[in-house]
Design a protein around this ligand. Structure first.
Ligand SMILES: [Zn+2]
Length: 548
């Protein structure tokens, strides 16, 4: 037994070093050429382009010998509800001393995830709106929020706590749960003035630098798609899986409208922005008058599948445990024109990740790899709508939930230059950190911890849907050293191509480096699948609390 295992490992190592990265890079790119072609129209969930992408992935999974692991063949259909504000029948006004001051669309953006109806409520400014008992931080103490709209700056605030706790507590869902428990009926957010320049406030961040408020209200904003008028918000159709429930109104206050909201309160919008820009504590105070809102919503049912294929394990016992290899199949579709182009092709985001999971499946078949645990390859829907496809899978897994031992997620891993460094999100959180170090070493790749922890990328893509269920996870970016050309290439890409039509097939990509990355991730998967023990959270990990 021991001898067999050793020779198996030796064989694997030989295969890994013998890989022809140039031709494997071309195979990897061929999937992206299909998925990011203009004919797929940016793969927005519910569109024909997304359906074609799902069919392509299911077809390749079959070709690469994976067993169907959805609920309908390779598919796990997911039902969504898309909501859109009917702009002509919706309105906002500030009511003060019996006078009504109408607010324009430029003053505040109404999120369409709420129900239709009329809201009349006082507003209260609650700083960053955070109550985090673990950090002994409470901005809501002594404040009566009952029946009121909580107005807050959507930023992490001067909280002294580990990054993961801050980002978890600052997520739109957690912040709302806290405010709702304190009696609030809605929220009006002020965008984080510390957000990096060039961030698209309407973009769904994919773990990328963007305004924290966009993330917080991401489900609410429903992604870009600015070319179609008011934005659509997507919710899982199953009400028991919906988040941010009980919110009667959700607004984003703009810079144009800021001073109107604060007039008569004894404070100015500018004063609040200045303090928040310095990350200073904020005062708490009621705003003058009440907010009147009329909300009309158009609803639409949308269905789009997750796609799942299984490489069954070889060990009679461990085959009942599952390592998930995930990436998201959807992108943001057609939007407003940039240089005459309206199609957001999503080549790196995240056709690249889907291409990699397909390549890894192909490699495992070609190399006749027999992992002891099963590996579930999963292409999820609606990441761009708030990680909804992975959340649905997390709540309705097609394999036994308690036997999912890890999630390895690929979302925009950014093969824009040679793979010398790999930046790992979640590196210090679980035993998977040691495993990726071993895999990287085989390839002469240096592991780096998350270089921009304030971006909280570890909980900003589909791995979070697994983390919240207690499953140890990792996510990755090609790493670089500060001040190098690679640093510039990475950040220029974020500025110029992230969630834009230029994330397309006409961009420089290091295909051979992507192929090397795929081999490294394949090695990681096999190590996790073959280890005697399943991965475990570190005793000091914040995320350990979710373990079941
Ligand atoms: Zn993405």
């Amino acid at each position: 037994m021991k001898k067999t295992l050793l020779s198996g490992l030796a064989l694997l190592a030989i295969t890994l070093t013998a890989a022809d990265y140039v031709s494997e890079g071309d195979l990897w790119w061929s999937h992206i050429q299909y998925l990011a072609d203009d004919s797929l129209q940016g793969r927005e969930v519910g569109t024909n382009g997304y359906r074609k992408a799902a069919e392509y992935v299911a077809g390749k999974m079959e070709k690469f010998g994976l067993q169907a692991a959805g609920t309908d063949g390779y598919y796990q259909p997911v039902k969504f509800e898309a909501r859109q504000l009917i702009a002509d029948e919706s309105s906002l006004a500030l009511i003060r001393d019996g006078n009504s001051q109408a607010l324009e669309r430029a003053d505040a953006t109404m999120n369409s995830r709420v129900d239709e109806g009329t809201v009349d409520a006082p507003m209260i400014f609650v700083g960053y709106g955070l109550r985090i008992p673990e950090a002994k931080y409470d901005e809501l103490a002594g404040i009566d929020l009952k029946g009121k709209i909580a107005v807050y700056v959507n930023a992490p605030g001067p909280v002294d706590a580990p990054g993961p706790l801050k980002s978890h507590a600052g997520s739109g869902t957690e912040r709302w749960n806290t405010l709702r428990a304190a009696g609030a009926i809605g929220v009006a957010t002020i965008m984080n003035p510390r957000a990096p320049v060039g961030a698209n406030p309407q973009a769904a961040p994919d773990g990328q630098p963007a305004d924290a408020s966009a993330r917080g209200g991401r489900g609410a904003a429903g992604g870009p798609g600015g070319g179609r008028g008011p934005q659509r918000a997507f919710l899982l159709a199953d009400p028991t899986l919906q988040e941010q429930v009980g919110q009667k109104i959700a607004l984003t206050i703009t810079r144009t409208g800021g001073e109107k909201f604060f007039a008569g309160s004894g404070h100015t919008y500018q004063e609040i922005l200045d303090l928040a820009r310095e990350n200073k504590p904020l005062p708490k105070f009621p705003l003058a008058g009440t907010l009147h809102a009329k909300i009309a919503i158009k609803r639409e049912n949308v269905e789009a599948p997750n796609v799942a294929g299984l490489l069954a394990g070889s060990d009679s016992k461990l085959k009942n445990e599952y390592v998930i290899m995930s990436a998201h199949l959807d992108h943001i579709g057609v939007g407003r024109p940039v240089n005459g182009d309206t199609i957001n092709n999503g080549a790196m985001d995240d056709a690249s990740g889907i291409a990699s999971i397909l390549e890894i499946a192909r490699i495992m078949k070609a190399d006749a790899v027999k992992p002891r645990r099963s590996i579930l390859f999963l292409a999820v829907a609606a990441e761009e709508k708030g990680e909804l496809g992975s959340r649905y899978f997390g709540m309705h897994p097609t394999v036994d939930a308690k036997n999912i031992v890890a999630d390895i997620n690929l979302d925009m891993f950014m093969p824009l230059f040679d793979l010398k460094f790999v930046e790992v999100q979640g590196l210090g959180e679980s035993s998977l950190g040691d495993t990726i170090r071993e895999a990287a070493k085989e390839f002469g790749v240096t592991v780096q911890a998350d270089k921009e922890p304030e971006q909280n990328r570890f909980i900003r893509s589909d791995q979070y849907s697994f983390i919240r269920n207690g499953v140890p996870s990792l996510a990755f970016k090609f790493g670089y050293e500060f001040g190098t050309p690679e640093d510039k290439i990475f950040h220029d890409w974020i500025r110029d191509r992230y969630h834009k039509p230029s994330d397309d097939l006409n961009q420089p990509v290091d295909k051979a480096a992507a192929a090397k990355f795929d081999r490294m991730i394949a090695s990681l998967l096999l190590k996790v699948a073959n280890a005697p023990e399943r991965p475990a959270w570190r005793s000091d990990s914040f995320f350990k609390r979710f373990a079941r």
